[in-house]
Design a protein around this ligand. Structure first.
Ligand code: B12
Length: 207
């Protein structure tokens, strides 16, 4: 899996996708392949911070991650549980933030686990999320954001849920690699996830 991580970090798209095809054909664990992609993304982020990579590399890294996860997703389907949808989940990347790759992966994994997922997309206005909570009546809202700037819009969602008298009707999860206990407390949400699986465990405990 280190080869996947290195190819992602070094922006070797052809090599990355060829390795992905090979590992999937060899029957390697698709979640482990996805984790290796994410480790490569973490390295891309570090190189960007160090001034070694620029936004153009972030864009290419995003495209590589999307292309790779599109290949991996059908193999994750083997884990799917059958039967009726367990509960409704609303997911969105909050206002001002357009990072949506991790949220989309998390959405797919929740669908595979049997949940009915409505994905509102990225840079979603707080008012739209509140309206959808009223209409769609989810058990959980997954708010995603990778920018520091995303924390205030996340807090706005929780505050407006309270104002609308909806806070007790729904659990709020924060998703994103930088989210921790401090941000959870600041936002006033219920739980956070730095990966795409934690939420499934949490959801299973709710239903
Ligand atoms: C790819 C990328 C981009 C792409 C995004 C493409 C897309 N469609 O998403 C593009 C090029 C557009 C981009 C733009 C920018 N980016 Co950018 N980007 C990244 C990068 C390299 C990877 C993000 C990623 O996709 N990771 C892979 C996925 C799978 O991981 P993930 O998102 O963390 O998701 C996992 C978990 O967090 C969790 N999760 C996430 N969401 C959810 C939701 C739910 C419901 C659940 C359960 C779980 C969950 O599960 C996921 C799967 O395990 C990160 C660095 C990094 N390593 O995080 C920087 C990073 C996030 N970007 C950064 C910056 C600064 C920017 C820009 C401001 C750059 C600029 N100057 O223009 C713009 C912002 C635009 C905006 N308004 O949002 C900074 C943020 C710094 C900060 N603290 O604010 C980072 C951290 C880079 C850095 N180290 O400086 N970026």
């Amino acid at each position: 899996m280190d080869k996947i991580t290195a190819a992602m970090a070094d922006m070797l798209e052809d090599e990355l996708l060829a390795l992905t095809d090979k590992y999937l054909a060899d029957g390697k664990d698709p979640k482990a392949i996805l984790d290796a992609y994410q480790a490569g993304m973490t390295e891309v982020g570090k190189r960007y911070e160090a001034g070694e990579y620029f936004v153009s590399e972030l864009i290419l890294a995003g495209e590589m991650m999307t292309a790779g996860s599109d290949k991996i997703k059908p193999f994750l389907k083997g884990d799917s549980s059958s039967g009726p949808a367990k509960a409704r989940v609303l997911i969105a990347t909050v206002e001002g933030d357009i990072h949506d790759i991790g949220k989309n992966i998390a959405g797919t994994i929740m669908e595979l686990a049997g949940y009915e997922v409505k994905n509102l997309g990225e840079d979603v206005k707080t008012s739209v999320i509140i309206e959808e909570v009223k209409n769609f009546k989810p058990k959980l809202i997954g708010l995603s954001g990778l920018l520091t700037l995303a924390y205030d819009p996340m807090k706005a969602v929780v505050d407006q849920l309270k104002e609308a008298g909806l806070r007790d009707s729904v659990k709020v999860l924060l998703g994103g690699s930088q989210i921790d206990e401090h941000i959870l407390k600041y936002v006033g949400a219920d739980v956070f996830a730095n990966d795409a699986m934690t939420n499934v465990t949490y959801l299973n405990s709710l239903v």
